[in-house]
Each structure stands twice: as structure tokens, then as C-alpha cells.
Write a protein that binds this ligand. Structure first.
Ligand code: GH3
Ligand code: MG
Ligand code: MG
Ligand code: MG
Ligand code: MG
Length: 307
């Protein structure tokens, strides 16, 4: 344990330290209550051995202040004092102490009390490990809850919360915000021709193109539904977004993912683009505009970009 010994007498500090070092503990010192308080504010401590009568701040006062400072973190504090009466003992416990040893110190009693307090230390260590593991597990859960399992892209949940946030940011900063919605053309036919597992592979391939084409760290690409993807592009104007969409369309088409005898049966995307420059009242309105553009792309022959 990291033990802090607090006493205004150098002789006692040395005596106690010798005993603790023999037990294998790391020892630090403070000469009065306020030094102890300062030490606890700056450094890690597992146990404090504290004299009661000291100049500046008494052991009881220092203990009250330490308990206030470290509200969420209880480590044991052992008092040692000349005042061996019941009332002093009660006051020590009320001040936030855990044990009370009379002076002159009996080394065996000191050692045994430290051993008993070490159990609190062991429990604290376990608790801290559990807390760390829980935090890590929560982070992982949070991460998983925002991912699409198949493609590794963001999922619908991620998209919804990010769009709301980016829309608000864009409105406040008066910066353009673009959306690209992509839908694989005739994907049902692809599945019918090659089967669902192959279809899944095609979704992964399209996701890869999207990830490669939209490389800004601020871009968010999500799988919106079955064979629909959507990208949120902050600080991107209509001209840039349209060019990106066109590049995605071309890259997917040129991959030449054929699924029939004739060349015409080749995977392609239809894409709809919308850019917010203050004209939409809500993020949903913007999404509807992008969706309408996608519909137009489908209506006018597929494998194309519309705005
Ligand atoms: P359109 O050009 O009008 O978009 O035609 P489409 O066939 O792509 O559209 P439709 O909505 O009729 O069919 C979408 C298909 O996407 C149907 C479904 O089986 C397939 N699909 C959706 N999710 C998945 C998936 O996770 N894996 C696979 N393999 N197929 C999927
Ligand atoms: Mg003293
Ligand atoms: Mg669709
Ligand atoms: Mg559909
Ligand atoms: Mg489709």
C-alpha cells in the first residue's frame, strides 16, 4: 500500500515508517494536517496513519477535510494519540477515522491494525478493476449499438442522431451540409440470381466504395436500410456533393459486378443529393428532399445522380 504517515514528531514518523517498510509498504510523510490534506489532493494514498495533536490543522480536522475532498473514495485513516479516553475515541471515529491507537505505540498492535485495514484496500482495488471493466464494456456496447454488423458502417440509429446534430451545427454556423442517399438498382434481381449470401457480399463491396470515396473524417456513412446507404457530409456544398455522388456512382458501376449472362445485369446505384443552406426547417425535411431526388433518379432510368 501507499501509506502516508502524518505526525509533527520526526522520531515517531521514523519509528512508524520503519515498521511499515518492514511490512513492504511504500511510506510518505507529512508534518501536520494541512500538509496531509495537500498531499492527498495531489497524490494517490491507500492508507493514512495520523497523529491527532498537531500544529496548523489537527488530525481530526484534517480527516474531516480529506473525507470531504475524497467523497467518492474511502481509504482507511488510523489515528494515534496520547488521549486514550472514550470521548476522544468517539470523536476520532466521528471525524471519519477507522481505527484508534494509543501512544506510546505498540508495534504489534500497529502492524495488526494495518493488516486489518489492508482488507479495505484489497476491496477497493477489486472495485476499481470492476469499474474499469464496466466502463470498457459500456464503451464497447455503445460502439456496437451504432454499427451495422454486415458492413461495419454506422447504422440507422447512428445516422438519426448524427444528422440531428449536424443539422443544428450547420444552422448555427451557417455552413452547408450535404446528404447523399444511394440505393442499389434492381437488387432484388441480384439476390434472385446469385442468392442472399452473394448479395451480402455485394453490400459489403458497395460499402467499401463509399468509405473510399468519402474519406473526410467528418463524413459519416451509414447503412440506412436493406440496400440503401446514406452519407452525411458537413461543410460540403451542392457542387462538391454532386461530384462525390457521381464519383461513387461511377466507381460502383465500373467494378462491373455482373449477375447475369448479359452485360446489362451489372450492379449500379441511383443517388439523390440534397444540400442544406438554410432552406429546410428540419433535418427530416432535408432527408425528404434527398429521398425525392433519389426517387427522381430511379424514375429517370437508374444508375444516375439527381439533386
Ligand atoms: P430498385 O432499383 O427500385 O431499388 O429495386 P430493388 O430490387 O433494389 O428494390 P426492392 O426494394 O424491390 O428490393 C430490395 C432488395 O434488397 C430486396 C431484399 O431482398 C434486398 N436486401 C435488403 N437487405 C438485404 C441484405 O441485408 N442482404 C441481401 N442479400 N439482400 C438484401
Ligand atoms: Mg502531535
Ligand atoms: Mg431500396
Ligand atoms: Mg425499394
Ligand atoms: Mg434498390
Amino acid at each position: 500500500m501507499k501509506i502516508l504517515v502524518v505526525d509533527d514528531s520526526k522520531v515517531i514518523r521514523q519509528l512508524v515508517a520503519e515498521c511499515l517498510k518492514e511490512m513492504g509498504h511504500a511510506v510518505s510523510y507529512a508534518e501536520n494536517g494541512s500538509e496531509a490534506l495537500q498531499y492527498v489532493a495531489d497524490q494517490d494514498v491507500d492508507l493514512i496513519l495520523m497523529d491527532v495533536e498537531m500544529p496548523m490543522l489537527s488530525g481530526f480536522e484534517a480527516t474531516k477535510a480529506i473525507r470531504e475532498l475524497k467523497k467518492a473514495d474511502w481509504f482507511p485513516i488510523i489515528f494515534f494519540t496520547m488521549h486514550d479516553d472514550d470521548e476522544s475515541f468517539v470523536n476520532g471515529i466521528l471525524a471519519g477515522g477507522d481505527a484508534y491507537l494509543p501512544k506510546p505505540l505498540n508495534p504489534t498492535r500497529l502492524r495488526l491494525t494495518v493488516i486489518a485495514m489492508e482488507r479495505i484496500y484489497v476491496m477497493r482495488q477489486k472495485l476499481q478493476t470492476t469499474q474499469r471493466e464496466l466502463q470498457a464494456a459500456n464503451l464497447e456496447l455503445e460502439r456496437l449499438s451504432l454499427r451495422d454488423q454486415l458492413t461495419g458502417l454506422g447504422n440507422r440509429r447512428h445516422f438519426d442522431s448524427n444528422l440531428a446534430m449536424q443539422f443544428a451545427l450547420s444552422r448555427r454556423n451557417k455552413a452547408p451540409l450535404s446528404l447523399i442517399i444511394c440505393d442499389i438498382d434492381y437488387f432484388k434481381k441480384y439476390n434472385d440470381a446469385l442468392g442472399h449470401p452473394q448479395g451480402d457480399g455485394c453490400l459489403i463491396a458497395v460499402a467499401k466504395v463509399l468509405t473510399e470515396q468519402l474519406a473526410r473524417s467528418s463524413d459519416l456513412i451509414c447503412r440506412y436500410g436493406g440496400e440503401e446507404f446514406v452519407a452525411i457530409l458537413p461543410d460540403t456544398d451542392l457542387q462538391q456533393a454532386r461530384a462525390l455522388a457521381e464519383s461513387i456512382r461511377r466507381q460502383v458501376f465500373e467494378k462491373n459486378i455482373v449477375y447475369g449472362d448479359t452485360e446489362t445485369l451489372c450492379v449500379s446505384l441511383s443517388l439523390g443529393v440534397a444540400t442544406y443552406v438554410g432552406q429546410y426547417r428540419t433535418a427530416l425535411e432535408m432527408l425528404e428532399a434527398a429521398d425525392a431526388a433519389l426517387y427522381k433518379a430511379k424514375q429517370s432510368g437508374r444508375n444516375r445522380v439527381e439533386v
